[in-house]
Design a protein. Structure first.
Lengths: 292, 324
Protein backbone atom coordinates (compact mmCIF):
# COMPACT_ATOMS: atom_id res chain seq x y z
CA UNK A 1 0.00 0.00 0.00
CA UNK A 2 2.78 2.40 0.88
CA UNK A 3 5.20 1.08 -1.71
CA UNK A 4 4.65 3.97 -4.13
CA UNK A 5 7.19 6.76 -4.05
CA UNK A 6 5.88 9.38 -1.69
CA UNK A 7 4.17 12.24 -3.41
CA UNK A 8 5.17 15.79 -2.60
CA UNK A 9 3.58 16.56 0.70
CA UNK A 10 1.61 19.73 0.15
CA UNK A 11 -0.78 19.81 3.02
CA UNK A 12 0.65 17.13 5.27
CA UNK A 13 1.05 19.38 8.26
CA UNK A 14 -0.65 19.54 11.58
CA UNK A 15 -3.39 22.18 11.93
CA UNK A 16 -1.24 24.06 14.45
CA UNK A 17 1.62 24.26 11.97
CA UNK A 18 -0.67 25.44 9.19
CA UNK A 19 -2.08 28.06 11.51
CA UNK A 20 1.44 29.20 12.32
CA UNK A 21 2.28 29.51 8.62
CA UNK A 22 -0.85 31.60 8.13
CA UNK A 23 -0.05 33.70 11.16
CA UNK A 24 3.48 34.45 9.96
CA UNK A 25 2.13 35.94 6.74
CA UNK A 26 -0.09 38.36 8.65
CA UNK A 27 2.01 41.53 8.93
CA UNK A 28 -0.03 43.33 11.65
CA UNK A 29 -0.07 40.19 13.77
CA UNK A 30 3.70 39.82 13.48
CA UNK A 31 4.09 43.49 14.45
CA UNK A 32 1.89 42.73 17.47
CA UNK A 33 4.10 39.80 18.45
CA UNK A 34 7.28 41.86 18.10
CA UNK A 35 5.76 44.65 20.16
CA UNK A 36 4.60 42.29 22.89
CA UNK A 37 7.93 40.45 22.95
CA UNK A 38 9.70 43.82 23.38
CA UNK A 39 7.37 44.84 26.20
CA UNK A 40 7.55 41.51 28.00
CA UNK A 41 11.31 41.30 27.44
CA UNK A 42 11.80 44.77 28.85
CA UNK A 43 9.76 44.02 31.96
CA UNK A 44 11.51 40.68 32.53
CA UNK A 45 15.13 41.56 31.73
CA UNK A 46 15.16 45.37 31.70
CA UNK A 47 16.53 45.53 35.23
CA UNK A 48 19.68 43.74 34.07
CA UNK A 49 20.60 46.70 31.88
CA UNK A 50 19.01 49.53 33.75
CA UNK A 51 19.69 49.70 37.47
CA UNK A 52 17.21 51.55 39.57
CA UNK A 53 14.63 51.04 42.26
CA UNK A 54 11.12 52.11 41.37
CA UNK A 55 10.22 53.11 44.91
CA UNK A 56 13.30 55.06 46.04
CA UNK A 57 13.55 58.80 45.72
CA UNK A 58 16.62 59.46 43.60
CA UNK A 59 16.36 62.99 42.25
CA UNK A 60 14.42 66.20 42.46
CA UNK A 61 10.67 65.83 41.82
CA UNK A 62 9.15 66.55 38.39
CA UNK A 63 12.38 66.46 36.45
CA UNK A 64 11.27 66.65 32.78
CA UNK A 65 12.37 63.91 30.39
CA UNK A 66 15.56 64.37 28.43
CA UNK A 67 17.15 66.85 30.81
CA UNK A 68 19.25 64.62 33.05
CA UNK A 69 20.94 61.69 31.21
CA UNK A 70 20.61 59.34 34.23
CA UNK A 71 16.81 59.67 34.15
CA UNK A 72 15.84 59.67 30.47
CA UNK A 73 12.11 59.90 31.11
CA UNK A 74 12.36 62.18 34.12
CA UNK A 75 11.07 61.75 37.64
CA UNK A 76 7.63 61.79 39.26
CA UNK A 77 6.14 63.99 41.98
CA UNK A 78 8.35 62.38 44.66
CA UNK A 79 11.50 62.33 42.57
CA UNK A 80 11.28 58.62 41.68
CA UNK A 81 12.77 57.35 38.40
CA UNK A 82 10.03 56.80 35.76
CA UNK A 83 12.04 54.36 33.61
CA UNK A 84 12.61 52.16 36.64
CA UNK A 85 8.90 52.38 37.42
CA UNK A 86 7.93 51.33 33.90
CA UNK A 87 10.33 48.38 33.92
CA UNK A 88 9.34 47.06 37.34
CA UNK A 89 5.66 47.91 36.95
CA UNK A 90 5.21 46.06 33.65
CA UNK A 91 5.45 42.54 35.07
CA UNK A 92 2.67 42.87 37.65
CA UNK A 93 0.48 44.78 35.17
CA UNK A 94 0.80 42.08 32.52
CA UNK A 95 0.42 39.27 35.06
CA UNK A 96 -2.81 40.73 36.44
CA UNK A 97 -4.14 41.32 32.92
CA UNK A 98 -3.42 37.79 31.78
CA UNK A 99 -4.65 36.13 34.97
CA UNK A 100 -7.87 38.16 35.00
CA UNK A 101 -8.52 37.39 31.33
CA UNK A 102 -7.90 33.68 31.96
CA UNK A 103 -10.35 33.66 34.89
CA UNK A 104 -12.91 35.55 32.79
CA UNK A 105 -12.62 33.09 29.92
CA UNK A 106 -12.76 29.97 32.08
CA UNK A 107 -15.88 31.03 33.98
CA UNK A 108 -17.55 32.76 31.03
CA UNK A 109 -16.99 30.01 28.47
CA UNK A 110 -18.05 27.25 30.89
CA UNK A 111 -21.27 29.03 31.87
CA UNK A 112 -22.07 30.09 28.31
CA UNK A 113 -21.29 26.70 26.79
CA UNK A 114 -23.44 24.74 29.23
CA UNK A 115 -26.31 27.24 29.08
CA UNK A 116 -26.29 27.49 25.30
CA UNK A 117 -25.90 23.78 24.71
CA UNK A 118 -28.42 22.34 27.14
CA UNK A 119 -30.97 25.16 27.11
CA UNK A 120 -34.09 24.69 29.24
CA UNK A 121 -33.72 24.91 33.00
CA UNK A 122 -29.91 24.70 32.87
CA UNK A 123 -29.91 27.80 30.66
CA UNK A 124 -32.40 29.53 32.93
CA UNK A 125 -30.42 28.82 36.09
CA UNK A 126 -27.03 29.76 34.66
CA UNK A 127 -28.32 32.90 32.97
CA UNK A 128 -30.04 34.14 36.14
CA UNK A 129 -26.72 33.71 37.97
CA UNK A 130 -24.98 35.53 35.12
CA UNK A 131 -27.48 38.36 35.28
CA UNK A 132 -26.95 38.66 39.02
CA UNK A 133 -23.29 39.42 38.33
CA UNK A 134 -24.11 41.54 35.32
CA UNK A 135 -26.35 44.02 37.14
CA UNK A 136 -23.73 44.84 39.77
CA UNK A 137 -21.68 47.88 38.74
CA UNK A 138 -18.39 46.25 37.76
CA UNK A 139 -15.93 48.73 39.22
CA UNK A 140 -17.86 49.08 42.48
CA UNK A 141 -18.16 45.32 42.86
CA UNK A 142 -14.46 44.85 42.14
CA UNK A 143 -13.66 47.53 44.75
CA UNK A 144 -15.76 45.70 47.31
CA UNK A 145 -14.04 42.41 46.56
CA UNK A 146 -10.56 43.93 46.71
CA UNK A 147 -11.18 45.72 50.00
CA UNK A 148 -12.82 42.62 51.44
CA UNK A 149 -9.85 40.38 50.69
CA UNK A 150 -7.08 43.00 51.10
CA UNK A 151 -5.38 44.12 47.91
CA UNK A 152 -2.78 41.81 46.42
CA UNK A 153 -2.05 40.90 42.81
CA UNK A 154 -4.00 37.68 43.22
CA UNK A 155 -7.14 39.21 44.73
CA UNK A 156 -7.09 42.01 42.14
CA UNK A 157 -6.91 39.50 39.28
CA UNK A 158 -9.68 37.46 40.89
CA UNK A 159 -11.86 40.52 41.40
CA UNK A 160 -11.45 41.64 37.79
CA UNK A 161 -12.20 38.11 36.54
CA UNK A 162 -15.28 37.77 38.72
CA UNK A 163 -16.80 41.04 37.51
CA UNK A 164 -16.02 40.65 33.79
CA UNK A 165 -17.08 37.08 32.91
CA UNK A 166 -20.81 37.73 32.27
CA UNK A 167 -20.21 39.29 28.83
CA UNK A 168 -18.09 36.31 27.79
CA UNK A 169 -20.79 33.95 29.06
CA UNK A 170 -23.44 35.78 27.02
CA UNK A 171 -21.30 35.72 23.90
CA UNK A 172 -20.46 32.03 24.29
CA UNK A 173 -24.10 31.15 24.94
CA UNK A 174 -25.24 32.94 21.78
CA UNK A 175 -22.60 31.17 19.68
CA UNK A 176 -23.51 27.79 21.15
CA UNK A 177 -27.21 28.29 20.58
CA UNK A 178 -26.50 29.13 16.95
CA UNK A 179 -24.05 26.31 16.25
CA UNK A 180 -26.03 23.69 18.22
CA UNK A 181 -28.69 23.71 15.49
CA UNK A 182 -26.28 23.20 12.59
CA UNK A 183 -26.28 19.98 10.69
CA UNK A 184 -22.73 18.93 11.49
CA UNK A 185 -23.66 18.78 15.15
CA UNK A 186 -26.46 16.33 14.33
CA UNK A 187 -24.00 14.48 12.11
CA UNK A 188 -21.54 14.24 15.01
CA UNK A 189 -24.33 12.83 17.17
CA UNK A 190 -25.16 10.36 14.43
CA UNK A 191 -21.65 8.91 14.54
CA UNK A 192 -22.07 8.40 18.28
CA UNK A 193 -20.35 11.42 19.86
CA UNK A 194 -21.28 12.21 23.46
CA UNK A 195 -22.55 15.56 24.67
CA UNK A 196 -19.24 16.38 26.33
CA UNK A 197 -17.41 15.67 23.12
CA UNK A 198 -19.85 17.69 21.07
CA UNK A 199 -19.51 20.68 23.39
CA UNK A 200 -15.72 20.77 23.54
CA UNK A 201 -14.56 19.34 20.24
CA UNK A 202 -17.37 20.15 17.82
CA UNK A 203 -19.06 23.37 18.90
CA UNK A 204 -16.28 25.15 20.80
CA UNK A 205 -13.74 25.16 17.94
CA UNK A 206 -16.42 26.61 15.69
CA UNK A 207 -17.34 29.21 18.28
CA UNK A 208 -13.67 30.08 18.84
CA UNK A 209 -13.15 33.09 16.52
CA UNK A 210 -15.33 35.58 18.43
CA UNK A 211 -14.13 34.11 21.73
CA UNK A 212 -10.46 34.60 20.82
CA UNK A 213 -11.16 38.21 19.94
CA UNK A 214 -13.10 38.61 23.16
CA UNK A 215 -10.22 37.07 25.15
CA UNK A 216 -7.67 39.49 23.75
CA UNK A 217 -10.00 42.41 24.38
CA UNK A 218 -10.46 41.13 27.92
CA UNK A 219 -6.71 41.22 28.51
CA UNK A 220 -6.76 44.86 27.50
CA UNK A 221 -9.80 45.63 29.62
CA UNK A 222 -8.24 43.83 32.60
CA UNK A 223 -5.03 45.88 32.34
CA UNK A 224 -7.13 49.04 32.23
CA UNK A 225 -9.22 47.77 35.12
CA UNK A 226 -6.11 47.16 37.20
CA UNK A 227 -4.97 50.67 36.32
CA UNK A 228 -8.37 51.95 37.44
CA UNK A 229 -8.21 50.16 40.77
CA UNK A 230 -4.66 51.40 41.37
CA UNK A 231 -5.74 54.88 40.34
CA UNK A 232 -8.39 54.72 43.05
CA UNK A 233 -5.76 53.62 45.53
CA UNK A 234 -6.97 50.01 45.66
CA UNK A 235 -3.94 48.46 44.02
CA UNK A 236 -1.40 46.51 45.97
CA UNK A 237 0.64 49.37 47.49
CA UNK A 238 3.77 47.20 47.76
CA UNK A 239 3.87 46.35 44.08
CA UNK A 240 4.67 48.88 41.39
CA UNK A 241 2.34 48.80 38.40
CA UNK A 242 1.60 51.10 35.50
CA UNK A 243 -1.80 51.81 36.93
CA UNK A 244 -0.28 52.72 40.28
CA UNK A 245 2.08 55.18 38.58
CA UNK A 246 -0.82 56.88 36.80
CA UNK A 247 -2.89 56.90 39.97
CA UNK A 248 -0.16 58.36 42.12
CA UNK A 249 0.72 61.14 39.69
CA UNK A 250 -2.74 62.08 38.52
CA UNK A 251 -3.06 65.13 40.76
CA UNK A 252 -0.04 66.80 39.16
CA UNK A 253 -0.98 66.12 35.56
CA UNK A 254 -1.26 69.85 34.76
CA UNK A 255 2.21 70.58 36.14
CA UNK A 256 3.96 67.49 34.78
CA UNK A 257 2.55 65.46 31.89
CA UNK A 258 5.28 62.83 31.73
CA UNK A 259 4.72 60.76 34.90
CA UNK A 260 1.23 59.76 33.68
CA UNK A 261 1.83 59.79 29.92
CA UNK A 262 4.59 57.17 29.76
CA UNK A 263 2.79 54.46 31.78
CA UNK A 264 -0.33 55.32 29.78
CA UNK A 265 1.55 54.77 26.52
CA UNK A 266 2.91 51.50 27.89
CA UNK A 267 -0.65 50.30 28.59
CA UNK A 268 -1.78 51.51 25.18
CA UNK A 269 0.97 49.64 23.30
CA UNK A 270 0.41 46.46 25.30
CA UNK A 271 -3.35 46.40 24.62
CA UNK A 272 -2.69 47.30 21.00
CA UNK A 273 -0.17 44.46 20.58
CA UNK A 274 -2.51 41.95 22.19
CA UNK A 275 -5.39 43.01 19.92
CA UNK A 276 -3.23 42.65 16.81
CA UNK A 277 -2.23 39.16 17.91
CA UNK A 278 -5.86 38.28 18.63
CA UNK A 279 -6.93 39.32 15.15
CA UNK A 280 -4.06 37.36 13.68
CA UNK A 281 -4.97 34.22 15.65
CA UNK A 282 -8.55 34.57 14.57
CA UNK A 283 -7.56 34.63 10.90
CA UNK A 284 -4.97 31.89 11.29
CA UNK A 285 -7.45 29.44 12.79
CA UNK A 286 -10.15 30.12 10.21
CA UNK A 287 -9.62 27.48 7.52
CA UNK A 288 -11.72 29.39 5.01
CA UNK A 289 -9.27 32.28 4.91
CA UNK A 290 -6.37 29.99 4.13
CA UNK A 291 -5.01 29.91 0.64
CA UNK A 292 -6.12 26.95 -1.35
CA UNK B 1 -35.18 -15.31 13.12
CA UNK B 2 -35.72 -11.67 13.92
CA UNK B 3 -35.33 -8.92 11.36
CA UNK B 4 -32.20 -6.76 11.22
CA UNK B 5 -34.24 -3.60 11.70
CA UNK B 6 -37.90 -3.69 12.52
CA UNK B 7 -40.11 -0.71 13.24
CA UNK B 8 -43.32 -1.85 14.84
CA UNK B 9 -46.40 0.36 15.18
CA UNK B 10 -44.28 3.44 15.89
CA UNK B 11 -46.03 6.58 17.03
CA UNK B 12 -44.12 9.85 17.43
CA UNK B 13 -45.73 13.04 18.63
CA UNK B 14 -44.55 16.63 18.82
CA UNK B 15 -45.69 19.31 21.19
CA UNK B 16 -46.52 22.43 19.19
CA UNK B 17 -48.49 25.58 19.83
CA UNK B 18 -51.47 23.82 18.27
CA UNK B 19 -51.21 21.13 20.90
CA UNK B 20 -49.75 17.70 20.51
CA UNK B 21 -49.58 16.58 16.88
CA UNK B 22 -48.86 13.09 15.64
CA UNK B 23 -45.88 13.13 13.28
CA UNK B 24 -45.72 9.36 12.85
CA UNK B 25 -48.81 7.21 13.24
CA UNK B 26 -48.59 3.41 13.49
CA UNK B 27 -45.61 3.13 11.18
CA UNK B 28 -44.39 -0.42 10.69
CA UNK B 29 -41.38 -1.14 8.49
CA UNK B 30 -38.59 -3.63 8.34
CA UNK B 31 -35.37 -4.16 6.44
CA UNK B 32 -33.04 -7.13 6.21
CA UNK B 33 -29.30 -7.43 5.67
CA UNK B 34 -28.20 -6.56 2.14
CA UNK B 35 -31.61 -5.13 1.32
CA UNK B 36 -32.52 -1.57 0.35
CA UNK B 37 -35.79 -0.13 1.56
CA UNK B 38 -36.92 3.05 -0.10
CA UNK B 39 -39.13 5.47 1.77
CA UNK B 40 -40.85 7.98 -0.52
CA UNK B 41 -43.16 10.89 0.04
CA UNK B 42 -43.38 14.65 -0.16
CA UNK B 43 -41.76 17.02 2.31
CA UNK B 44 -43.39 16.84 5.72
CA UNK B 45 -44.80 13.35 5.42
CA UNK B 46 -42.61 11.83 8.14
CA UNK B 47 -39.68 10.34 6.22
CA UNK B 48 -36.96 12.15 8.11
CA UNK B 49 -38.70 11.73 11.46
CA UNK B 50 -38.67 7.98 10.81
CA UNK B 51 -34.93 8.14 10.14
CA UNK B 52 -34.21 10.25 13.21
CA UNK B 53 -36.30 7.90 15.37
CA UNK B 54 -34.16 4.97 14.32
CA UNK B 55 -31.04 6.99 15.15
CA UNK B 56 -32.52 7.94 18.52
CA UNK B 57 -32.11 11.59 17.50
CA UNK B 58 -35.68 12.86 17.85
CA UNK B 59 -35.32 16.13 19.77
CA UNK B 60 -37.04 15.39 23.09
CA UNK B 61 -38.80 17.57 24.04
CA UNK B 62 -40.74 18.68 21.97
CA UNK B 63 -40.74 15.25 20.34
CA UNK B 64 -41.80 12.06 22.07
CA UNK B 65 -41.98 8.45 21.05
CA UNK B 66 -45.53 7.78 22.21
CA UNK B 67 -45.72 4.13 21.36
CA UNK B 68 -44.41 1.21 19.40
CA UNK B 69 -40.99 -0.32 19.12
CA UNK B 70 -37.84 -0.04 17.03
CA UNK B 71 -35.95 -3.29 17.14
CA UNK B 72 -32.36 -3.47 15.96
CA UNK B 73 -31.31 -7.10 15.75
CA UNK B 74 -34.07 -7.89 18.19
CA UNK B 75 -33.08 -5.21 20.72
CA UNK B 76 -35.71 -2.56 21.36
CA UNK B 77 -33.98 0.82 21.17
CA UNK B 78 -37.00 2.96 22.05
CA UNK B 79 -36.41 2.54 25.76
CA UNK B 80 -32.64 2.17 25.53
CA UNK B 81 -30.39 4.27 27.77
CA UNK B 82 -28.63 7.29 26.25
CA UNK B 83 -25.29 5.51 26.72
CA UNK B 84 -26.54 2.47 24.84
CA UNK B 85 -27.88 4.65 22.03
CA UNK B 86 -24.52 6.41 21.81
CA UNK B 87 -22.78 3.07 21.45
CA UNK B 88 -25.19 1.98 18.71
CA UNK B 89 -25.04 5.20 16.71
CA UNK B 90 -22.26 5.07 14.20
CA UNK B 91 -21.37 1.49 15.08
CA UNK B 92 -24.61 -0.36 14.27
CA UNK B 93 -26.74 2.33 12.58
CA UNK B 94 -25.22 5.20 10.66
CA UNK B 95 -26.73 8.03 8.72
CA UNK B 96 -25.89 10.03 5.63
CA UNK B 97 -27.40 13.49 5.59
CA UNK B 98 -29.04 15.49 2.89
CA UNK B 99 -26.69 18.46 2.87
CA UNK B 100 -23.06 17.44 2.45
CA UNK B 101 -22.22 21.15 2.46
CA UNK B 102 -23.22 21.63 6.08
CA UNK B 103 -22.88 18.14 7.55
CA UNK B 104 -19.10 18.27 7.91
CA UNK B 105 -17.40 20.24 10.65
CA UNK B 106 -15.76 23.19 8.86
CA UNK B 107 -12.79 23.57 11.21
CA UNK B 108 -11.33 20.07 10.97
CA UNK B 109 -9.76 18.22 8.07
CA UNK B 110 -11.85 15.45 6.57
CA UNK B 111 -9.24 12.86 7.49
CA UNK B 112 -9.35 13.79 11.15
CA UNK B 113 -13.15 13.77 11.14
CA UNK B 114 -13.30 10.24 9.76
CA UNK B 115 -10.54 9.18 12.17
CA UNK B 116 -12.56 10.59 15.04
CA UNK B 117 -15.60 8.54 14.00
CA UNK B 118 -13.39 5.44 13.97
CA UNK B 119 -11.88 6.18 17.37
CA UNK B 120 -15.31 6.68 18.93
CA UNK B 121 -16.17 3.04 18.42
CA UNK B 122 -12.96 1.14 17.90
CA UNK B 123 -10.05 0.75 20.20
CA UNK B 124 -7.36 2.05 17.86
CA UNK B 125 -4.72 4.75 18.18
CA UNK B 126 -4.85 8.08 16.37
CA UNK B 127 -2.24 7.09 13.78
CA UNK B 128 -3.97 3.85 12.89
CA UNK B 129 -7.34 5.61 12.74
CA UNK B 130 -5.95 8.19 10.33
CA UNK B 131 -4.52 5.43 8.13
CA UNK B 132 -7.91 3.72 8.17
CA UNK B 133 -9.52 7.02 7.25
CA UNK B 134 -7.25 7.34 4.21
CA UNK B 135 -8.12 3.77 3.19
CA UNK B 136 -11.82 4.64 3.49
CA UNK B 137 -11.39 7.78 1.40
CA UNK B 138 -9.73 5.59 -1.20
CA UNK B 139 -12.62 3.14 -0.98
CA UNK B 140 -15.26 5.82 -1.65
CA UNK B 141 -13.35 7.01 -4.70
CA UNK B 142 -11.53 10.12 -3.53
CA UNK B 143 -8.44 10.57 -5.73
CA UNK B 144 -5.05 10.78 -3.97
CA UNK B 145 -6.68 10.19 -0.58
CA UNK B 146 -3.45 10.59 1.41
CA UNK B 147 -3.32 14.22 0.36
CA UNK B 148 -7.05 14.87 0.34
CA UNK B 149 -7.28 13.67 3.94
CA UNK B 150 -5.62 16.94 4.94
CA UNK B 151 -8.20 19.06 3.13
CA UNK B 152 -10.92 21.01 4.85
CA UNK B 153 -14.55 20.47 3.84
CA UNK B 154 -14.79 23.78 1.98
CA UNK B 155 -11.99 22.69 -0.32
CA UNK B 156 -14.09 19.83 -1.71
CA UNK B 157 -16.98 19.77 -4.17
CA UNK B 158 -20.46 18.68 -3.10
CA UNK B 159 -20.08 15.19 -4.57
CA UNK B 160 -16.71 14.75 -2.85
CA UNK B 161 -18.18 15.85 0.45
CA UNK B 162 -21.00 13.35 0.13
CA UNK B 163 -18.38 10.68 -0.52
CA UNK B 164 -16.63 11.78 2.67
CA UNK B 165 -19.95 11.55 4.54
CA UNK B 166 -20.41 8.03 3.21
CA UNK B 167 -16.85 7.11 4.25
CA UNK B 168 -17.59 8.42 7.74
CA UNK B 169 -20.92 6.59 7.91
CA UNK B 170 -19.44 3.22 6.92
CA UNK B 171 -16.24 3.67 8.94
CA UNK B 172 -17.41 1.28 11.64
CA UNK B 173 -19.19 -1.11 9.29
CA UNK B 174 -22.72 -0.40 10.51
CA UNK B 175 -25.42 -2.99 9.92
CA UNK B 176 -27.97 -0.36 8.91
CA UNK B 177 -27.20 2.69 6.81
CA UNK B 178 -29.82 5.40 6.64
CA UNK B 179 -29.48 7.74 3.68
CA UNK B 180 -31.71 10.77 4.08
CA UNK B 181 -32.05 12.23 0.58
CA UNK B 182 -28.32 11.71 -0.05
CA UNK B 183 -28.38 13.18 -3.55
CA UNK B 184 -30.93 15.98 -3.33
CA UNK B 185 -28.24 18.64 -3.03
CA UNK B 186 -26.10 17.21 -5.83
CA UNK B 187 -26.37 17.55 -9.60
CA UNK B 188 -27.70 14.69 -11.67
CA UNK B 189 -24.44 13.22 -12.97
CA UNK B 190 -23.04 13.14 -9.44
CA UNK B 191 -26.27 11.55 -8.17
CA UNK B 192 -25.70 8.49 -10.34
CA UNK B 193 -22.14 8.16 -9.05
CA UNK B 194 -23.29 8.34 -5.46
CA UNK B 195 -25.94 5.67 -6.07
CA UNK B 196 -23.32 3.43 -7.69
CA UNK B 197 -21.09 3.96 -4.68
CA UNK B 198 -23.88 3.12 -2.25
CA UNK B 199 -24.63 -0.06 -4.19
CA UNK B 200 -20.96 -1.06 -4.11
CA UNK B 201 -20.69 -0.29 -0.42
CA UNK B 202 -23.74 -2.40 0.21
CA UNK B 203 -22.24 -5.32 -1.70
CA UNK B 204 -18.94 -5.02 0.18
CA UNK B 205 -20.26 -4.46 3.65
CA UNK B 206 -23.58 -6.32 3.44
CA UNK B 207 -25.36 -3.43 5.10
CA UNK B 208 -29.07 -2.80 4.94
CA UNK B 209 -29.82 0.60 3.42
CA UNK B 210 -32.84 2.74 4.19
CA UNK B 211 -33.05 5.25 1.37
CA UNK B 212 -35.23 8.24 2.04
CA UNK B 213 -36.15 10.22 -1.04
CA UNK B 214 -38.88 11.98 -2.94
CA UNK B 215 -37.32 10.95 -6.23
CA UNK B 216 -38.98 7.96 -7.90
CA UNK B 217 -35.96 7.67 -10.21
CA UNK B 218 -33.74 7.03 -7.21
CA UNK B 219 -36.21 4.40 -6.02
CA UNK B 220 -36.18 2.52 -9.31
CA UNK B 221 -32.38 2.56 -9.33
CA UNK B 222 -31.73 1.62 -5.71
CA UNK B 223 -34.61 0.11 -3.81
CA UNK B 224 -35.68 -3.51 -3.43
CA UNK B 225 -38.81 -2.59 -1.51
CA UNK B 226 -40.68 0.66 -1.19
CA UNK B 227 -42.79 2.23 1.52
CA UNK B 228 -44.84 5.24 0.43
CA UNK B 229 -45.53 7.62 3.29
CA UNK B 230 -48.15 10.31 3.57
CA UNK B 231 -48.90 12.56 6.55
CA UNK B 232 -47.03 10.36 8.99
CA UNK B 233 -48.40 7.01 7.84
CA UNK B 234 -47.25 4.27 5.52
CA UNK B 235 -49.93 4.13 2.83
CA UNK B 236 -48.48 1.55 0.49
CA UNK B 237 -45.74 -1.01 0.77
CA UNK B 238 -44.44 -3.47 -1.78
CA UNK B 239 -41.48 -4.44 -3.90
CA UNK B 240 -40.05 -1.56 -5.92
CA UNK B 241 -41.18 -3.04 -9.25
CA UNK B 242 -44.66 -3.62 -7.95
CA UNK B 243 -45.09 -0.08 -6.71
CA UNK B 244 -43.63 1.47 -9.84
CA UNK B 245 -45.65 -0.66 -12.24
CA UNK B 246 -48.88 -1.19 -10.32
CA UNK B 247 -49.30 1.60 -7.79
CA UNK B 248 -52.54 1.09 -5.84
CA UNK B 249 -52.86 4.26 -3.82
CA UNK B 250 -53.90 7.39 -5.77
CA UNK B 251 -51.04 9.25 -4.07
CA UNK B 252 -48.45 6.70 -5.19
CA UNK B 253 -49.90 6.84 -8.69
CA UNK B 254 -49.64 10.61 -8.57
CA UNK B 255 -45.97 10.48 -7.50
CA UNK B 256 -45.14 8.19 -10.40
CA UNK B 257 -47.03 10.39 -12.88
CA UNK B 258 -44.87 13.28 -11.73
CA UNK B 259 -41.78 11.72 -13.31
CA UNK B 260 -41.06 13.59 -16.54
CA UNK B 261 -40.73 11.33 -19.58
CA UNK B 262 -38.00 12.19 -22.09
CA UNK B 263 -38.81 12.18 -25.81
CA UNK B 264 -42.55 12.56 -25.37
CA UNK B 265 -43.36 16.20 -26.13
CA UNK B 266 -47.10 15.48 -26.15
CA UNK B 267 -46.93 14.10 -22.63
CA UNK B 268 -48.26 16.61 -20.14
CA UNK B 269 -46.50 16.41 -16.81
CA UNK B 270 -48.98 15.55 -14.09
CA UNK B 271 -49.07 17.13 -10.66
CA UNK B 272 -50.77 16.32 -7.40
CA UNK B 273 -52.97 19.30 -6.52
CA UNK B 274 -52.63 20.82 -3.07
CA UNK B 275 -50.09 20.17 -0.32
CA UNK B 276 -49.69 17.79 2.59
CA UNK B 277 -52.20 19.05 5.18
CA UNK B 278 -50.74 20.47 8.39
CA UNK B 279 -50.55 17.69 10.95
CA UNK B 280 -52.72 19.50 13.49
CA UNK B 281 -55.58 19.71 10.98
CA UNK B 282 -55.80 15.99 10.26
CA UNK B 283 -59.39 14.85 10.74
CA UNK B 284 -60.91 11.47 11.24
CA UNK B 285 -60.79 10.46 7.59
CA UNK B 286 -58.10 9.71 5.05
CA UNK B 287 -55.37 12.38 5.13
CA UNK B 288 -55.15 12.37 1.35
CA UNK B 289 -58.92 12.80 0.78
CA UNK B 290 -58.82 16.54 0.00
CA UNK B 291 -56.36 15.98 -2.83
CA UNK B 292 -57.82 12.75 -4.13
CA UNK B 293 -59.83 12.48 -7.36
CA UNK B 294 -61.52 9.28 -6.21
CA UNK B 295 -62.74 10.32 -2.79
CA UNK B 296 -66.14 9.32 -1.46
CA UNK B 297 -68.02 9.79 1.83
CA UNK B 298 -66.20 6.96 3.50
CA UNK B 299 -62.83 8.62 2.92
CA UNK B 300 -63.94 11.61 5.02
CA UNK B 301 -65.25 9.49 7.88
CA UNK B 302 -62.85 6.65 8.35
CA UNK B 303 -59.09 6.32 8.24
CA UNK B 304 -58.10 3.47 5.93
CA UNK B 305 -55.65 0.98 7.36
CA UNK B 306 -52.81 -0.74 5.56
CA UNK B 307 -54.37 -3.95 4.22
CA UNK B 308 -53.55 -6.23 1.33
CA UNK B 309 -56.43 -6.06 -1.11
CA UNK B 310 -54.90 -8.35 -3.71
CA UNK B 311 -51.54 -7.18 -4.94
CA UNK B 312 -49.84 -5.66 -1.89
CA UNK B 313 -50.69 -3.72 1.27
CA UNK B 314 -52.28 -0.34 0.65
CA UNK B 315 -54.22 2.06 2.86
CA UNK B 316 -57.06 3.22 0.60
CA UNK B 317 -60.81 2.66 0.65
CA UNK B 318 -60.95 3.11 -3.11
CA UNK B 319 -58.42 0.35 -3.70
CA UNK B 320 -60.38 -1.89 -1.34
CA UNK B 321 -63.73 -1.25 -3.04
CA UNK B 322 -62.46 -1.71 -6.59
CA UNK B 323 -61.15 -5.13 -5.56
CA UNK B 324 -64.35 -6.17 -3.87
Amino acid sequence: MDSQPTQPQIAAQSPAREAWIMFRRNVPAVIGVILLVLIVGATLYGSLFYQGDAFSIVWAPHEPPGVTPEFPLGTDYLGRDIVAGLLTGGGPTLAVGLAAAAITMVIGVSFGALAGFYGGWVDNLLMRITEFFQVLPALLFAMVLVTLFSPSLFTIAMAIGVVSWPQTARLTRAEFMKIRELEYVTAARAIGARNRRIIWTVILPNAAPPLIVSATLTIGVAILFEAGLSFLGLGDPNVMSWGLMIGANREYILDAWWPVTFPGLAIFFTVFAVSLIGDGLNDAFNPKLRER
Amino acid sequence: MSRLLEIDDLRVTFRTRYGEVTALDSVSLHVDAGETLGIVGESGCGKSITALSVMGLIPQPPGRIAGGAIRLQGEDIVGASPARLQALRGAEVAMIFQEPMTSLNPVFTIGSQIAEAIMLHQNVGADQAFKDAIALLDRVGIPSPDRRAHDYPHQLSGGMRQRVMIAMAVSCRPKVLIADEPTTALDVTVQAQIFDLLNEIQRDFGAAIVLITHDMGAISEMADRVAVMYAGRVIEEASADDVLDFPQHPYARGLIDCIPALGRPDHRLAEIPGVVPPLHLLGAGCAFAQRCAHRNDRCDREKPSLVNHGRHPVACHGAEESRL
